[in-house]
Design a protein around this ligand. Structure first.
Ligand code: LRY
Length: 230
């Protein structure tokens, strides 16, 4: 095994993203977040959209897991549901591509396992399959995904939210079935990180807890006497 998978093994990947409408939603800002992550000891980055991938690759040497979120009128955004999007990410310099392998995406775009195979073979990059349940993870792994990530647990109808906590139980269940598994989604403390690795994680991905000062401020402000009275 080579490439990005080996580079991120046992390490921290920082997801450098900001949604539309967020004050940090500017490509140069995303590149600055990536630089902070690199200096802080991250071993990889997760970046949304070819423009941001290109800007980040210009300033850091870390491997980049690229994805493109497809925003829908209703419901959450889907993660790289089409081959053309993966092609653009790789052209922009992505070292690995993250695609969603959920029941939801299957209903709208067809079997994500075919997409996993097509990207691996057609673009020659490793694929991270973002899933929300054990079944989705096992299917993606059987289809040849290089690594499966718990990214979407808590965000699909098939996976009720875990009360704001990361779904490390899913990580443990996938890992115990021999699936190379990344712990991602709502990791916010060093305890989450160590528990994830104890559960068998290959790597961890942390986003908002590192890169979202708006959310961090909201959380801390809510704990003040003023915040609790609101
Ligand atoms: C659900 C979804 O679309 N997750 C996205 C996937 O790329 C990102 O918005 C998250 O920031 C990322 O998964 C890291 O998670 P957290 O920010 O909770 O550490």
């Amino acid at each position: 095994m080579t490439g990005t998978l080996m580079a991120i093994r046992d390490g921290l990947v920082v997801s450098c993203q900001a949604p539309d409408g967020h004050p940090l939603r500017r490509t140069p800002v995303i590149a600055l977040l990536a630089e902070c992550a690199e200096r802080g000891g991250a071993v990889g980055l997760r970046v949304n959209h070819p423009d941001d991938v290109r800007a980040v690759k210009d300033v850091v040497r870390l491997p980049v897991i690229g994805l493109t979120k497809v925003v829908r009128q209703e419901g959450r955004a889907l993660i790289t549901p089409e081959y053309g999007l993966a092609e653009q990410l790789v052209a922009a310099g992505a070292d690995m591509v993250a695609v969603e392998a959920t029941e939801e995406v299957e209903a709208l775009y067809g079997d994500p396992r075919a997409l996993v195979t097509r990207i691996r073979e057609g673009l020659g990059v490793q694929v991270m399959a973002d899933v929300s349940t054990l079944e989705e993870g096992l299917r993606a792994w059987d289809a040849g995904a290089d690594v499966v990530s718990s990214t979407l647990s808590g965000y699909t109808p098939a996976s009720p939210g875990a009360g704001g906590e990361p779904d490390l139980d899913l990580v443990a269940r996938l890992a115990s079935r021999g699936v190379r598994t990344v712990a991602e989604g709502r990791l916010a403390t060093t305890g989450h990180v160590t528990t994830a690795f104890a559960a068998g994680a290959w790597a961890v991905v942390v986003g908002g807890a590192v890169t979202d000062p708006l959310a961090i401020t909201r959380r801390l402000a809510a704990a003040t006497p003023l915040g609790t009275r609101r």
